[in-house]
Design a binder for this molecule. Structure first.
Ligand code: SF4
Ligand code: SF4
Length: 266
């Protein structure tokens, strides 16, 4: 459940209907204890100001496919298809596999956007039904990777190696986050991977933005990268020279991407 504070008039209707004491509303404040919510939907229905809403909904592979197939003509004309993303789609592995199998059967181009942090067996199983992997590569230094993500990057690199050597098509997606991974070692690591694997068709350097910040506040989460500023389009010029020592400008594969406009700047 999400809460959009600026729409709330503190009318208290949500507090009246909620049987789990999630809302505490007075004329000045509206406090929400998200952990107590069982997502029954009574308060979202009761809020005429649309200050409360649910993000996402449960759907079976069949239901998702039905929605996707409505645009099949468009995919044919645009060379588009289905991209399964997340969070991490491998976390819901059984429904993912079911969806991918059905999608392939229906002739869809299928793309999976993944962090690479799942078992080898799972990647082996979905590889036959996946035309393209959008594969995250966050930090080259394994200790730094553990520090920022909670796990080192050995499994990720091993899965990347497996996918590339077994013939899967891969686009490496690298978020560039100021002060965390915008360093020479990481750029060098990205460049080395792009040279090492033919299966890596392209490398997208994705400039950090804080678009998730507002959503984090709405669902009662703490936004972990509070202090990090969004890299604006004009700042990207600063970052391009940083790639030079890593020889990345010699690689046709590596492109900066503006996350919003998807505009190449190299
Ligand atoms: S019902 Fe909606 S407008 Fe009223 S207090 Fe709750 S969230 Fe705010
Ligand atoms: S969804 Fe249900 S449990 Fe959750 S806050 Fe609203 S009324 Fe309470």
């Amino acid at each position: 459940m999400g809460f959009i504070e600026k729409k709330c008039t503190k009318c208290g209707k949500c507090q009246e209907v909620c049987t789990h004491s999630v809302h505490r509303v007075d004329p000045i404040r509206h406090e929400i204890d998200f952990a107590r919510c069982i997502q029954c939907g009574l308060c979202t229905d009761a809020c005429f100001n649309h200050a409360l809403k649910f993000y996402g909904k449960k759907a079976s592979g069949e239901e998702i496919l039905e929605i996707v197939m409505k645009d099949m003509d468009f995919y044919r004309k645009s060379n588009g298809g289905l991209t399964v993303s997340g969070g991490e789609p491998m976390v819901q592995f059984e429904p993912l596999l079911e969806l991918l199998k059905k999608a392939k059967k229906n002739g869809l181009h299928v793309c999976v956007d993944t962090s690479g942090q799942a078992s080898r067996d799972k990647y082996r199983e979905i590889a036959d039904y996946t035309d393209l992997f959008l594969f995250d590569y966050k930090i080259t230094d394994t200790r730094e990777h553990k520090r920022y993500t909670g796990a080192d990057n050995r499994l990720i690199l091993s899965n990347l190696d497996y996918l590339c050597k077994s013939g899967s098509r891969v686009i490496l997606r690298c978020p560039i986050i100021p002060g965390i991974n915008d360093n020479k070692r990481h750029y060098q690591g990205i460049t080395e991977l792009s040279h090492k694997y033919k299966g890596i068709e392209a490398v997208n350097l994705m400039m950090y933005h804080d678009m998730a910040k507002g959503k984090a506040v709405q669902i009662g989460e703490v936004y972990a990268l509070q202090e990090i500023r969004t890299i604006e389009a004009e700042d990207k010029k600063e970052y391009i020279p940083k790639l030079k020592p890593a020889d990345a400008l010699n690689s046709e594969k590596i492109k900066f991407k503006n996350n919003v406009l998807e505009e190449d700047v190299l």
